[in-house]
Design a protein around this ligand. Structure first.
Ligand code: ME8
Length: 520
């Protein structure tokens, strides 16, 4: 086993059905987790649902059901969505779970032992939608002059006795953390935002509530439940077995990457490290705030696609791998991006169907038809063969370097250059013309193509796992021949010629998409 790599998504509020932003985040994290597994890392990947807090309690009340029953039902939708999108999490955590309550109470106790918690009266503005407290100076005026949070959500005045966390103590330690670990917050723009916020001074944070009871009880303080963000952030520790130092997953802390959206960077890059410093727990290595994925044209979507915000419907219309590819390719990771049925169809058809899918299908169908599906002997090589392999190696290396740096769309772009090189090669080498005139040369061309396609399929596997795996099945690659080491392993296609590389008939893997009929 390689070095541990621990990656988390935000845990999602199941107060409503999952939307496309949730799918986007899970898919991005899944691609990174799969990539790190291919690189040989010992990966722990956690996602899940954030089920406490006033927002959940209110949503359940509005439905007229018990909060726990509501949470069970709604969390299931997120779990199903993760499975539908082929998100290979190791744990889907729910904050109602017993070990999570235990971890949250343990970190609370550690902060209390440090002297960082005190009882006082909180009076101020609270947004239930954001589950966040705001200072008067942060509020903005709505259209009717009403007060809104900086995120544009309603705020209400709250006054109650609560526990406070001495966040003010951590201003300098946090600034030191950001300057000694420039990669702690990425991308750069988010880092600057956070630094400005912390430089402006930090007030102590209200961390318990008494006006409702849907939360983790504060140890030794009857009537108080933890502020939902305290327990929510702690989920990352729960996954490693905290506070048990001998837990099976203890080796995964500190986390390598908390992948979250741009709206919750402050919680992860200010509150969370401060809680951890207080509790004497090492810092996670990095927090990446991705952008938002928004519907292009929004309300203009047609009726049935109008719930395009429903990721399950989108997955049924376009296919999971097509959507995964679109999410990661279309949006420069870290920036906002938009989607529309047209953009999905265009991107997927141009790159996955017409370029990569067609390349694989042409090559494999040709071998199936003319060589009974058996990869031929080496044949007569030409410098063009080595040149193509070199271009594909460079393309795969480009993807690897970019994915290692979370530049997902650039990585796919580098990979596409390898696909284009193969298409250029197949057109100039024209194996169909060599069939009669020069079969020896045709053999070398086909072997080169199969070798290149296999490398490309392995490289793109984190993005389109189910299709790439099916293609690798067709290519006769074993389940343990799909990682980065296998890209460099030349023994593979020599073995293939002897074994059961027989395709009858090859099944197209990347179908062309049609615009759904009811899209406008
Ligand atoms: O914030 N595009 O939960 P959440 C991309 N429970 N990402 C989006 C998005 C969009 N349109 N909308 C939301 C919470 N997100 C807390 C997190 S973590 C300890 C607790 C992202 O369900 C959002 O930025 O509101 C966040 O990372 C995630 O979806 C869950 O949002």
């Amino acid at each position: 086993m390689g070095d541990p790599f621990y990656i988390t998504t935000a845990i999602h509020y199941p107060n409503g059905r999952p939307h496309i932003g949730h799918a986007y985040e899970m898919v991005a994290a899944d691609a990174i987790a799969r990539f790190q597994r291919q690189a040989g890392r010992d990966v722990l990947f956690q996602t899940g649902t954030d089920e406490h807090g006033l927002k959940m309690a209110q949503a359940a009340r509005a439905r007229g059901i018990e909060t726990r029953a509501f949470a069970d039902e709604m969390s299931r939708h997120f779990h199903e969505m993760a499975d539908k999108f082929n998100v290979g999490y190791d744990r889907f955590i729910r904050t109602v779970e017993v070990d999570h309550h235990r971890a949250s109470q343990a970190i609370w106790q550690a902060m209390a032992d440090r002297g960082d918690l005190y009882l006082d009266r909180y009076e101020g503005w609270y947004s239930v939608r954001d589950e966040a407290f705001y200072d008067e100076g942060e509020l903005v005026a709505g259209e009717g002059g009403e007060k809104l949070s900086p995120q544009g959500t309603p705020v209400e005045w709250t006054a109650e006795e609560t526990w406070f966390f001495r966040l003010s103590r951590y201003q300098q330690p946090l600034l030191d953390l950001y300057s000694t670990n420039p990669d702690f917050i990425r991308p750069e723009s988010r880092r600057n935002e956070v630094m400005r916020f912390v430089e402006g001074g930090l007030s102590d944070l209200s961390v318990s509530r008494t006006s409702f009871d849907w939360g983790v009880p504060v140890p030794g303080s009857p009537g108080h439940v933890m502020y939902v963000w305290v327990d929510a952030l702690t989920n990352y520790l729960t996954g490693t077995g905290y506070p048990d130092k001998d837990a099976a997953n203890a080796r995964f802390w500190p986390a390598d990457l908390h992948l979250i959206g741009k709206d919750i960077v402050r919680f992860h890059a200010v509150y969370w490290p401060a809680f951890l410093m207080s509790a004497g727990v090492p810092m996670p290595r990095s927090v990446f705030g991705h952008g938002f994925l928004l519907a292009r044209g929004g309300e203009k979507m047609s009726k049935s696609l109008g719930n395009v915000v429903d990721p399950m419907t989108l997955a049924d219309s376009f296919g999971v791998d097509a959507l995964r590819y679109f999410f990661l390719r279309e949006v420069s990771f870290g920036q906002d991006g938009s989607y529309s049925p047209e953009a999905i169809v265009l991107r997927v058809n141009a790159e996955l169907a017409n370029s990569f899918g067609n390349l694989a299908q042409r090559t494999l169908a040709f071998i199936a038809k003319n060589l009974d599906g058996v990869l031929p002997e080496a044949g007569r090589s030409d410098p063009a063969d080595a040149m193509l392999i070199e271009e594909v190696v460079v393309a795969c290396a480009g993807l690897k370097a970019a994915f290692g740096d979370l530049a997902l769309s650039q990585g796919i772009e580098a990979w596409m250059r390898g696909v284009f090189a193969c298409n250029g090669y197949i057109d100039t080498q024209a194996p169909w013309a060599l069939r009669k005139s020069d079969p020896e040369r045709m053999h070398a061309v086909l072997r080169t193509l199969v070798r290149a396609i296999r490398m490309l399929a392995i490289a793109i596997l984190p993005v389109v796992p189910s299709s790439a795996n099916r293609l690798l099945d067709q290519l006769g690659a074993g389940p343990d021949e799909r990682d980065h080491a296998a890209i460099d392993d030349d023994g593979w296609y020599n073995r293939l010629a002897e074994s059961a590389f027989r395709l009858s008939p090859p099944v197209p893997i990347f179908p062309r998409l049609n615009m759904p009929v009811d899209a406008e």
